[in-house]
Design a protein around this ligand. Structure first.
Ligand code: SAM
Ligand code: SF4
Ligand code: SF4
Length: 349
């Protein structure tokens, strides 16, 4: 049965009292990079093309989610800018009054070309993944010599003036943990906020090991050693990142998903490019909404199903991972090949 908050009729609330507020929509499972923490393998099983949702199908699902409480939509992938016509989808989503916050996560290899059209289409917030400012290191990490393109993309985004530009870095021990200061300074120079993410043992991260994780505490210590006292900002609500202010006025975010998970306030869920709905980044299985759509479900049937499923949600995947002894990668490659929706690049970060 669907529970509803007293303040917000129509908002679905899960079994742990968490409202349905945020939807991450993967628009494509393909990517032009091969980041070592996300796609370290040589070969991948791709989603069949005929299964990928059309924009019309995505919009119908977003409308159904909005009617059950979703207010924030983030487009992701794979690499979302590889999806042809993405600007048209953004324009349609930006026009929907129920979508109060529309954002995009991208690796920025194509952003120099698209920053202006995206802004003109109504996109307000953009997050770019940037794990190193060193060209050789960037190439080693991503298996493409694309740092120049990415930096051009970030410059373009900075110039067209999004309301918010964030630069996400997955921090890995002995790989890029010596670049924290440079990344903060680079972000500041581009009117952006640097955000440091703990390396997560999600699906796809087959090279993950606990030794490779640079913790929130380590990150704060390193920032304080260089910049001086780091001041936490007031409560983050349901946001994954904690924000801090440095003595020079710069703001920095830390996402401590591995060592200090924030499942208790998690209002996020994810839709794969082929229409499977995952209630948690760590969930083994998703709910097939595409079949419902393609079998002619009405808007009401979709919203009823969403409400039923969310009402039973009790996922807290990252918290439960804390109890795993001798924690290693979540999946081995064979398991990912059997079910590519377990991949981070398929369900969307
Ligand atoms: N391709 C786009 C990009 O990289 O920005 C969007 C998709 S990517 C899967 C979304 C986010 O997931 C990125 O910020 C990436 O850093 C993050 N991510 C992927 N694997 C991760 C891991 N093992 N640990 C932490 N973050 C990860
Ligand atoms: Fe890297 Fe994003 Fe591509 Fe994963 S989906 S390999 S994080 S660019
Ligand atoms: Fe939410 Fe699952 Fe991530 Fe916890 S692990 S914050 S429940 S998506």
């Amino acid at each position: 049965m669907t529970k509803q908050t007293s303040q917000s009729p129509g908002v679905s609330v899960d079994a742990l009292g968490r409202p349905l507020r945020s939807l991450r929509v993967s628009v494509i499972d393909r990517c032009d990079l091969r980041c070592a923490y996300c796609m370290p393998e040589e070969d991948y099983t791709w989603l069949p093309k005929e299964g990928i949702l059309t924009f019309d199908e995505i919009l119908r699902l977003v409308d159904a989610f909005v009617s059950r409480g979703v207010r924030r939509v983030r487009l992701t992938g794979g690499e979302p800018l590889l999806r042809s016509g993405l600007v048209d989808l953004i324009r349609d989503l930006a026009r929907r009054s129920g979508v109060e916050d529309l954002a995009l996560t991208t690796n920025a290899t194509q952003l120099a070309r698209w920053a202006g059209p995206l802004r003109d289409a109504g996109l307000k917030r953009i997050t770019v993944s940037l794990d190193s400012l060193k060209p050789g290191r960037f190439e080693t990490l991503t298996r493409r010599a694309a740092l120049d393109d990415v930096l051009k993309g970030i410059r373009a985004a900075s110039e067209v003036g999004f309301d918010e530009l964030k630069l996400n870095t997955v921090v890995m021990q002995d790989f890029n943990d010596d670049e924290l200061i440079d990344l903060v300074d680079f972000a500041t120079d581009h009117g952006a906020q640097a955000r440091f993410i703990e390396y997560m043992d999600v699906g796809g991260a087959t090279l993950w090991s606990a030794e490779r994780v640079v913790t929130r505490e380590d990150i704060l210590t390193r920032l304080a050693a260089h910049f001086g006292p780091v001041t936490p900002e007031p409560s983050r609500g349901a946001a994954p990142a904690e924000s801090f202010t440095l003595p020079n006025g710069a703001r920095v975010g830390i996402i401590a998903s591995t060592t200090q998970p924030f499942c208790r306030t998690c209002d996020r869920s994810r839709l794969t490019a082929d229409g499977f709905w995952y209630l948690c980044l760590y969930a083994g299985d998703g709910i097939d909404l595409r079949s419902m759509l393609r079998e002619g479900a009405t808007a009401e049937q979709l919203t009823t199903r969403i409400a039923q499923v969310w009402g039973q949600r009790d996922d807290r995947g990252a918290e439960q991972r804390l109890d795993v002894p001798e924690r290693g990668a979540l999946y081995q490659i064979q398991e990912l090949r059997q079910d590519p929706r377990r991949e981070m690049h398929t369900r969307g970060g």
